[in-house]
Design a protein around this ligand. Structure first.
Ligand SMILES: Cc1cc2nc3c(=O)[nH]c(=O)nc-3n(C[C@H](O)[C@H](O)[C@H](O)COP(=O)(O)OP(=O)(O)OC[C@H]3O[C@@H](n4cnc5c(N)ncnc54)[C@H](O)[C@@H]3O)c2cc1C
Length: 591
């Protein structure tokens, strides 16, 4: 143990300093992506200990990453090998609820759900609520300014916070633990820490604002025909319900059909032919009059033709069923905001299509494409950009030289560089026939670099050639043992434009259809993940787990594909490619 850690042990005690396997056996991200790499995890028990530890780290120039409940989805809690983690897991004290001022003071390591329970026990409500409530901490909520599902009524974490105590990087303790709402005394320091993700200091305690527990709750599912009417309906309901609107969750027709489709346990509360559906909720303090106001507001919306149909939940059970129908399925059926790639889940065919580029240029192309092919959903990968992302620095000049487009315009880039896709598919077919089809992972990601995987073409290939009389196409289907028909078409001057590609790693298999000319996946199927249904598994947690596992498998598949593409590019951009291509074509014509 080095000197710094020895000194830290003197402050927090040996049991509060984790090292070696105790560190690597923990994860530092959600979904988990391998063990934590930090030098050590320090678990102080008080603000004073946090301050003493930070003082030492500051003096030693030691980087520190704060850990709350590790449910942030963007890797903010990820620590590198030379960093130290400071976890607030031992700081979990809640003071009794102050029912007069409607506040509660808690340590930053307290899980959100425990605040809910404490508030409800005192007949009050802490309105911040998110799916991660059982694990995320108040410190993490403040650091990310979390939103959750009641933002429309109560606002973000910022609106639930009256005071904070935090420790700066040099160990200075800043205490601004005011419990007063009407507070105009000078600078409002807490605002600085909200949403700062640990960059300004470590939040150690907070005073939270509680609200009256609603006595009434009214819920309806409403059908609306057009997108334009949604905004007007929201504004009308907000004003008609006098500030009691607590949820307004919009579903597109596709999504609604998915929830109430075959095998759904939710039945079909409304017909499935409407453009949009809204789950509307209002919570208030006067049972009967709130109900009347809610129904009147919907009646008015009918009369002014904003909505075309509605069903109002008549019981708590029905209300929960409606909410469950929306929320419960969200995680299983949608993907979070794009990070390193764009993803579209076609809920009708259950096929996921994604690309590795999230630039405005892609949007531009998609717009152009939509104008030409109404109704088609396209996600596009700009081939040269994708190649640039996966090759080594040393190959970049060769790629620039190989780029046949004289313009930066996306459409031209794609048009001029179709050779990337056709050459890739030709190379892969040759490899499928003549090599072991085994490749090494060479791109960073979830799978360890150097691990092997198998990739090959099979099932379906589309070949095409342009001539004066138009484009001639031939589709070859079925298991491809010898690729005889494909070779004949190649000899006739056609190129492979589309093919089904399989990738396998251990017992997992990914299957994708690659459109070579625009380097776009017409489909991308990751290994299936099944939902466990039994008496002991919490269904909501299970759906979340399945969702994250799907995301994980998607990323793994993308990493394997990129590794395969990089292997090809290393040969394609090499000076010996002309000879290699000749060899491939000769081999294909002979075998
Ligand atoms: C199922 C699920 C649903 C979610 N739903 C929502 C949602 O509806 N709305 C929404 O906004 N977010 C949502 N999130 C993400 C949300 O931001 C986090 O869940 C939560 O706020 C992070 O808290 P945490 O304790 O897990 O923080 P962590 O993940 O541990 O950390 C998050 C960031 O905050 C920093 N940090 C943590 N604790 C402190 C501290 N005490 N002082 C200073 N910095 C700190 C970390 O270094 C890191 O940068 C969801 C996440 C999940 C998994």
């Amino acid at each position: 143990m080095n000197e710094l850690l020895n000194n830290i042990v003197n402050i927090v005690g040996p049991a509060a300093v984790l090292q070696g396997e105790d560190v690597t056996s923990r994860s530092d991200s959600w979904p988990p992506m391998g063990g934590c790499q930090a030098k050590a995890i320090i678990r102080p028990a008080s603000t004073r200990e946090v301050s003493e530890v930070l003082k030492l780290c500051h003096a030693a120039g030691q980087g520190v990453v704060t850990h709350g409940g590790l449910t942030g989805l963007v890797g903010g809690a990820h620590a590198e090998q030379d960093e130290i983690v400071l976890s607030l897991e031992r700081m979990r004290t809640l003071e009794p609820v102050d029912t007069i001022n409607r506040t509660i003071t808690v340590d930053a390591g307290v899980p959100l759900q425990r605040v809910h329970e404490a508030a409800e026990g005192a007949g009050l409500l802490f309105p911040l609520d998110l799916g991660a409530r059982g694990s995320c901490t108040i410190g993490g909520n403040i650091a990310t300014n979390a939103g959750g599902n009641s933002v429309i009524r109560y606002g973000m974490t910022r609106d639930q916070l009256l005071g904070v105590e935090a420790v700066l990087a040099d160990g200075t303790i800043i205490s601004s633990l005011s419990g007063v709402i009407k507070n105009n005394t000078g600078y409002d320091l807490k605002q600085l820490f909200i949403g700062s993700e640990g960059t300004l200091g470590i939040v150690t305690r907070a005073v939270l604002r509680l609200r009256p527990l609603p006595r009434s709750s009214n819920t309806a599912l409403v059908a609306i025909e057009s997108f334009d009417l949604l905004g007007r309906f929201l504004a009308d309901m907000d004003s008609a319900l006098g500030g009691t609107l607590s949820a307004f969750e919009v579903m597109w027709n596709d999504f609604y059909r998915l929830i109430v489709g075959d095998g759904s346990k939710h039945g079909q509360p409304l017909g499935s032919d409407h453009g949009f559906y809204v789950l509307l909720e209002s919570t208030g303090g006067h049972g009967e009059s709130d109900k009347v106001r809610f129904e009147d507001a919907l009646e008015e919306a009918f009369e002014s033709e904003l909505i075309v149909d509605a069903v109002i939940a008549q019981s708590k059970q029905q209300r929960e069923d409606l909410r469950d129908a929306v929320r419960g399925n969200l995680f299983a059926k949608t993907l979070p905001a794009p990070a390193i790639y764009d993803a579209v889940w076609d809920t009708r065919s259950n096929v996921i299509t994604f690309s590795a580029l999230g630039t405005n240029a892609v949007d531009l192309f998609v717009d152009q494409f939509k104008k030409s092919f109404e109704g088609l959903r396209l996600v596009l990968i700009h081939p040269i950009a994708r190649a640039g992302q996966v090759i080594d620095e040393a190959l970049q000049p060769a790629l620039t030289q190989a780029n046949r487009s004289g313009s930066d315009a996306v459409l031209e880039q794609i048009e001029a560089n179709q050779w990337l896709g056709t050459d890739f598919l030709l190379w892969l077919m040759h490899e499928t026939m003549n090599a072991a089809s085994e490749y090494a992972v060479n791109q960073p990601g979830l799978v360890v670099t150097g691990d092997s995987f198998v990739a090959y073409l099979n099932d379906r290939l589309l070949l095409a050639a342009s001539s004066e009389s138009g484009v001639q196409k031939v589709t070859v289907t079925g298991p491809q043992d010898h690729f005889s028909e494909v070779r004949t078409a190649l000899q006739g001057g056609k190129e492979i434009h589309e093919a089904v590609l399989y990738m396998e790693k251990q017992e997992k298999q990914w299957k994708m259809t690659l459109k070579g000319d625009i380097f776009h996946f017409a489909s991308f199927k990751a290994p299936a993940v099944t939902l466990e249904k039994d008496d002991i598994t919490d269904p909501e947690m299970e759906r979340e787990a399945v969702f994250f596992e799907r995301m994980y498998l998607l990323e793994e598949g993308l990493q394997l594909f990129n590794s395969l593409f990089a292997t090809f590019l290393a040969q394609r951009l090499d000076q010996g490619w002309a000879q290699k291509e000749q060899e491939i074509r000769t081999a294909l014509s002979q075998s």
